[in-house]
Design a protein. Structure first.
Length: 498
């Protein structure tokens, strides 16, 4: 299945050369999503010598697979932050995220392709049992100083609400891939050395050195802007990994105008429109699923079926998914951790705005500017008891997923019987093998043991990848790393095992 997002499909751009040879710099930024590119731009504008290494293409990770929505609240709700922390922290979240959206708006003044638009953010429930959560969120937003209001209805064509509709005005949406490409070009113009197709294969945080297949970079400081930090870091133990699925349809007769529309509860969906060169799209994003505990294809098809039944758009033209990492207490992890590197992670599904907050915060710290909120987001911070309880429940789910029914085929079933497009985890000749047969018949067999910290990978049928439920590393069928904290590939197994 083609899993190119509508953003990546409609914002192609000239590439940057891969890293060749050895370089040294003031700051190495690893990761070319919104966090890394914004950090590189701000540091280059400070006059620092910056190198940015991106494993794939600019925006090819979470940024190019996001929703393109920008809002001062968070996907899990401001009420959850006020509950885990207090009202003053919730107010500060709104202030920081609002400043990040203003920053993006300023950058977009000279990036028309980024299509920045101010719009309202609507949240509502479809059933009576959703009323209490909407009311609670309204109070939390009001307490944080937001100009939120309750309405009776949603724009025509959307499924009708049950009860009041929460409307947060003056939020925004944009084309995230066009934005991050534009910012990367601007960072390069400001003097940053930007390299695509330059995956970090080895990272020595003590010596501050990163090695790729064709070169290395030695830096005074390293910023790991990789969604989940590369290598082994304490925050990995605190971040459950989730995945959400998105479908872009030809809009057909559907037109809700600019706006972020979320209905929550059973069958929750997030809806927005996007227009590119006269083509109008309806983008629908479904609920999150814990990695390693769900069927990816079924989850994607459920989003498509829900959007079709509620909205009747045209044909589905793009399907994709994205992984996210939740922190244990609702705030992101931003700052220097015990490895000595700066990290930026734990953004949940709010990474476009949190990534910008992180970039501004890290660039400020490197310039010697203090910020109390960024200090509060430090990795290794004090853990509120309420957040820790939720974490323990999530981790119990992960452990169950690792031990229950891991083998997908009986011991007697040989890999030779695997049909094209099929995957299996089998015991063969005394060892466990994760296997996938390509449509052309070639069999790929690898070790199912994740090279990060030894958890067992699970098959992702939508993106034909082996995904690790523990900390989110993902691998191609041949074992090479796609994303996540793992640096080394899954070990290849001899295919003669069948
Ligand atoms: Fe950490 Fe797999 S990502 S064990």
């Amino acid at each position: 299945m083609d899993t190119t997002s509508v953003w990546r499909a409609t914002a192609p751009g000239p590439g940057f050369a891969k890293l060749q040879g050895n370089q040294s710099c003031d700051v190495l930024v690893v990761g070319g999503g919104i966090t890394g590119v914004t950090t590189a731009l701000l540091l280059a504008e400070q006059g620092r010598k910056v190198v940015l290494l991106e494993a794939g293409g600019i925006g090819s990770g979470a940024t190019g697979h996001s929703t393109g929505n920008l809002y001062v609240t968070t996907s899990l709700g401001l009420a959850a932050i006020a509950s885990a922390w207090d009202k003053s922290v919730a107010r500060e979240v709104v202030r920081q995220r609002g400043a990040a959206i203003d920053f993006i708006e300023r950058q977009c003044r000279e990036l028309p392709a980024a299509a920045f638009t101010r719009c309202g953010h609507y949240r509502y429930g479809r059933f009576a049992q959703d009323h209490a959560a909407i009311e609670k969120e309204y109070r939390a937003l009001s307490d944080a100083g937001c100009a939120v209001r309750m309405e009776d209805s949603v724009p025509g064509g959307l499924p009708p609400p049950s009860g009041s509709v929460l409307l947060l005005p003056d939020q925004a949406q944009f084309q995230p891939q066009a934005y991050v490409r534009g910012l990367a070009a601007r960072a390069a113009k400001a003097g940053a050395a930007v390299h695509e197709q330059s995956r970090v294969l080895e990272l020595d945080t003590q010596a501050r050195t990163a090695r790729t297949a064709d070169g290395s970079v030695k830096a005074a400081e390293i910023v790991l802007a990789t969604h989940s930090p590369k290598g082994v870091h304490l925050v990995h133990a605190e971040m459950p990994v989730h995945r959400e699925y998105a479908v872009a349809f030809e809009a057909g007769e559907v037109d809700h105008g600019a706006g972020i529309f979320w209905w929550q509860g059973d069958e929750s969906l997030s809806i927005r429109m996007h227009e590119h060169e006269g083509h109008r799209y309806l983008v629908a994003v479904g609920p999150e699923h814990k990695v390693g505990t769900h069927n990816a294809k079924a989850a994607l098809m459920a989003v498509e079926a829900m959007a079709n039944s509620y909205l009747s758009p045209g044909q589905a033209v793009h399907r994709w998914s994205a992984q996210n990492y939740r922190s244990h207490d609702g705030l992101p992890y931003i700052g220097r951790d015990r490895s000595g590197c700066f990290i930026a992670s734990g953004f949940a599904t709010d990474g476009l705005t949190w990534g910008t907050v992180a970039a501004i915060g890290i660039a400020g710290q490197l310039a010697g500017r203090g910020d109390a909120f960024i200090d509060r987001c430090a990795p290794g911070r004090f853990t509120p008891a309420k957040g820790a309880k939720a974490l323990l429940e999530e981790n119990a789910t992960t452990v169950r997923s690792l031990v229950e029914g891991y083998l997908t085929r009986g011991q007697q079933e040989h890999l030779a019987s695997l049909a094209p497009g099929d995957s299996a985890i089998v015991e063969a000749e005394g060892e466990t093998v994760a296997a996938w047969r390509a449509p052309d018949g070639e069999l790929f067999a690898v070790s199912p043991v994740c090279t990060h910290m030894g958890c067992k990978v699970h098959w992702n049928s939508v993106e034909t990848s082996w995904d690790c439920p523990c900390h989110g590393s993902r691998f191609r069928p041949d074992g090479t790393v796609i994303e996540g904290p793992a640096l080394a590939p899954l070990a290849r197994r001899p295919v003669a095992l069948g």
